[in-house]
Design a protein around this ligand. Structure first.
Ligand SMILES: *Cc1c(COP(=O)(O)O)cnc(C)c1O
Length: 372
């Protein structure tokens, strides 16, 4: 009998380095030999290339995607006594950043495409609400027209958590550029992954740009003068150099991610036991970059176990916990039935650029075999 078992890990971390090992070593040598570790030309170049790539006026490289969010919130003047509305289906970092500036995170429902529900946002607005912090989840944008209309009507700002959505577009606009500011993460497993922690903030607002730029470097302005209290949240120049190199072929990576999503869709959309994310070309308003391929599945635990037995790695996002369910963090008696139901059956199957078509088809074959 033919041996059909393969190993398809959920994410292949060594591949990140091994895929272009020689070039990465050259970059490391170059940085080391120039002694160019902090706030050097590689970071300046990455910031300008990233801004250009996203069609934004400004980009700031910071230490990670979480710092990016709170630096943006703080520069926007969000603080004690303010409420910030976000999706309960997001990483703790989104809510954590709000708590960090001493404001109150208000988690709300997501809708059918698992993005924040604009109706739920509007229903959650109080006199204390200052901002909407939508997560551009799984490499897809929220319904930004609806969110912007609400923000305008109620005089709120929008800061996008676009940690998962570099290059994703909504009606031609890039994730991270549709509000006052937007944030990106370059955590290794993100669509554009560095070799450690790194993040960025995008904005078109010059005043906010300067505030955030100074804040990430001890409150120092271009003349080296300390003009405000600040922090150390600089992106390492080495990470910037790696990201510079990778940004140049990022479009190819996105194309490949969309190809894999298409294969999953083609192979799995007939199964009535699972619900898939949107097909890449389903709606011209959305250009998704497929940070993740998150599905809902009947008999989730049995399916995951079966896939595991067959060498396939899967993951439940956020450890299976929606933000509003984290009672130890002060979220009590909040009922979000749609999100709660979603978390009973959601999980993610592998989607990254280390996968071959054979790997992807193997995953599909095993899922079909399970439900047969
Ligand atoms: C990854 C992620 C973050 C945090 O980014 P880090 O770089 O790990 O700090 C924030 N929000 C979302 C939605 C993320 O997926």
């Amino acid at each position: 009998m033919k041996e059909t078992k393969k190993e398809v890990p959920f994410f292949n971390y060594p591949y990140l380095f091994e895929s272009r090992e020689e070039d990465f070593i050259e970059i490391f040598k170059d940085i080391g030999r120039r002694g160019a570790y902090i706030l050097q030309k590689d970071l300046t170049k990455f910031e300008s290339d990233l801004a250009k790539y996203c069609n934004a006026n400004y980009a700031i490289g910071v230490a990670n995607g979480t710092d990016a969010i709170w630096l943006a919130l703080e520069a926007a003047g969000i603080g004690e006594g303010d409420e910030v509305i976000l999706s309960s289906h997001t990483y703790i970092a989104t809510a954590g950043a709000v708590a960090f500036v001493k404001a109150k995170p208000i988690p709300v429902e997501c809708k059918e495409d698992w993005m924040i529900d604009p109706l739920a946002v509007e229903a959650a607005i109080t006199s204390k609400t200052k901002a909407i912090l939508p997560t551009q989840l799984n490499g897809r944008c929220c319904d930004m027209d609806a969110l912007r209309a609400i923000a305008k009507k109620h005089d709120l700002i929008i800061i996008e958590d676009a940690a998962q959505a570099l290059g994703a577009k909504y009606k031609g606009e890039f994730a991270g550029t549709m509000g006052l500011a937007g944030t990106i993460s370059f955590y290794p497993a993100k669509t554009l992954g560095s070799f450690g922690d790194a993040g960025a903030i995008l904005t078109n607002d010059k005043e906010l740009y300067d505030k955030m730029r100074f804040a990430r470097d001890h409150g120092r302005n271009d003349e080296g003068e300390f003009i405000m209290w600040g922090y150390n949240s600089r992106m390492d120049n080495f990470q910037a150099a790696i990201l510079n190199y990778k940004l140049a072929y990022y479009d190819d990576e996105v194309k490949r991610r969309r190809e894999i999503a298409s294969i999953y869709h083609k192979e799995l959309s007939e199964l009535h036991q699972i619900k898939l994310p949107q097909n890449p070309n389903a709606n011209v308003d959305y250009f998704d970059v497929y940070q993740n391929y998150e599905i809902m599945a009947d008999k989730r635990e049995e399916l995951r176990e079966f896939l595991k037995e067959n060498g396939i790695g899967t993951l439940i996002q956020w450890g299976g916990q929606a933000v509003h369910s984290l009672s130890k963090l002060g979220f009590n008696n909040i009922s979000l039935p749609f999100t709660e139901n979603f978390f009973k059956s959601c999980f993610m199957i592998p989607l990254n650029t280390s996968l071959t078509n054979e790997d992807v088809l193997y995953v599909c074959e095993k899922i079909k075999e399970f439900y047969k």
